[in-house]
Design a protein around this ligand. Sequence first.
Ligand code: ADP
Ligand code: MG
Ligand code: MG
Length: 489
Amino acid sequence: MRMAQGLPDEMLMNSALIKKLAEEAKDSAVTQGVLMRLQETPNSSEVVSFAPFTLFPTPVPKAVFSQALAVQTHYNTLVDKISQDADFLQEALASTIAVDDFTARLFKIHQQILKEGRSQSIVLGLNRSDYMLDQRENDTPSLKQIEINTIAASFGGLSSRTPDVHRHILKMAGKLEESERILDNNPAAGLARAIAKAWELYGSEKAVVAFFVEDVQRNIFDQRFVEYELWKRVVLFTNMPCFRNIHVIRLRFEDVFKAGSLDQDKRLFVDGKEVAVVYFRNGYMPDNYTSEQSWDARLLMERSRAVKCPDISTHLAGTKKVQQVLARPGVLERFFPDQPQAVQQIRATFAGLYTLDMGPEGDKTVSMALAAPERFVLKPQREGGGNNIYGSEICQVLEEVKESTERTAYILMDKIHPTPVRNYLMRQGSPLKISNCLSELGVFGAYVRQGKDMVTNECVGHLLRTKSSEHSDGGVAAGVAVLDNPLLF
Ligand code: ADP
Ligand code: MG
Ligand code: MG
């Protein structure tokens, strides 16, 4: 198999060259800051290593790449509109929250906020829409959305540093022309720009931006790149007038439930510091909430006047159930009544998505899945990789739940089939071996809204992740996928 429009087989099979390039690549990655803490010492930077990445970039057709970038601002708008449509969220998630405890708890917070009234009209959204290329036989590849992540979407930092690694490797391999086809990419700067805008609109020069992070912080460098972009900025406060920079702190659940409080205006204070923006890089899965105090902390932040990224409604807008409901006829039109072009662009990226709600339609989904499980992916309402169900396991699970409302915790989706490409996955401590790989393209979106006014709405960069085709599921943090770059053709 050749890399389509990419690097020749002779090169991929030249083991002396590959070995040399691999050593070069590790040095380049470390030098560029493509780093991760070690699994054994996830909270220490004393000894660190390179974050996993591919030795070579992966060919991606220009047309689909541009299509993914072009639809991103519409996806930003869509997520934002869903977050403001309480009736839609209620209806879309009703069957799910009846059986899925985690989604139900998030929804309860969302309802409480609606009841109390939102205390902040500034909304900051940082999301990542992920795609695979469906590529059967000799057909032209078609861009299909896997999911959209509205909370804690990662790798905007490290993916800002990987282009130079691949450029260097291609040059070392004598592939100058290819090296020039690696695009610049700087999601870190774009994400930080939106965070800074939200901070500015919040309007209190002493208030900080809080990165809300996990207890285990292996992927800290990815976040640091965004953080340092914020520290770099100097803002002129016209009403003072004085120059300020944006201070960033890192908070964990424990910090918030031990030292967090709201003042009479619902301003959030943690350890005496006013928080203007909470940027969630934690809180996206049940395991993150280790105690009732964690839920109390989430509620406290949601009730506060701090700008939440995302707020609870935007978090819910990113669930797989909402994704499935959006694919039903007429639903996108509800959010874009006068924009058929936006509807068409978004819908073109939808794969087949099927309800498992109780009733004839859900029954049909069950029989369809049981008849040909290899054609589908069964998805629960979870994030972080490794939760989906494939192949014969789909039958096992569905046989168990098909008669009960428990089935409504899942959605069914067409399985996307990208063409495998051969590459080397560089992982700390793993031997070098060639793998058949599948890639997933992510596009970062950033927006800030104040009341009804969309202040900024941007596509701020991309991420290519690649995994061995042996694995059907799992991201970089889950130890399955690795960082990559598109080589456009
Ligand atoms: P998560 O929120 O856990 O990342 P995803 O929907 O992104 O959930 O699924 C995790 C992984 O499973 C994806 O990165 C991809 O590798 C694989 N996957 C998900 N949906 C599909 C699909 N429809 N076709 C093929 N692979 C899929
Ligand atoms: Mg996800
Ligand atoms: Mg995913």
